[in-house]
Design a protein around this ligand. Structure first.
Ligand SMILES: [Zn+2]
Length: 118
């Protein structure tokens, strides 16, 4: 076999190996960041960005907690995060019907504060 051919085959094999490594990384997306629950730097699962997380992040950014850091759930709090999430979603469902009432209260309060300011 000519040398050139051998090199080519070796390169193909290396490419395949690289691809495999990339895939493995995707299967285990452990990453460094700040844990959403304990606020400590740790290695864990990056949290899925959805409307709940975006809301939390906004609040935390407002308090300069999450500035510039990736939010994760550390392995220690993975179960707790799931539990909290389920609880939170239940709460949303329970109070969903009250949303209108709360909205009216907020609008009333808002009007009240506007009156005070003026
Ligand atoms: Zn944690």
């Amino acid at each position: 076999m000519p040398k050139k051919e051998k090199k080519k085959i070796k390169k193909i094999k290396e490419t395949k190996k690289e691809k495999k490594e990339e895939k493995e990384e995707k299967e285990e997306p452990q990453t460094k960041g700040i844990c959403l629950i304990c606020q400590k730097e740790a290695t864990g699962l990056p949290i899925k960005e959805d409307f709940v997380i975006r809301g939390i992040r906004k609040i935390k950014t407002a308090f300069k907690v999450a500035r510039g850091s990736k939010l994760i759930i550390c392995n220690e709090h993975l179960e707790e995060a799931k539990r909290r999430r389920e609880k939170f979603e239940k709460t949303l469902l329970t109070y969903g019907g009250l949303g209108g009432v709360i909205g009216i209260i907020l609008i009333t309060l808002g009007a009240y504060f506007v009156v005070i300011k003026v």
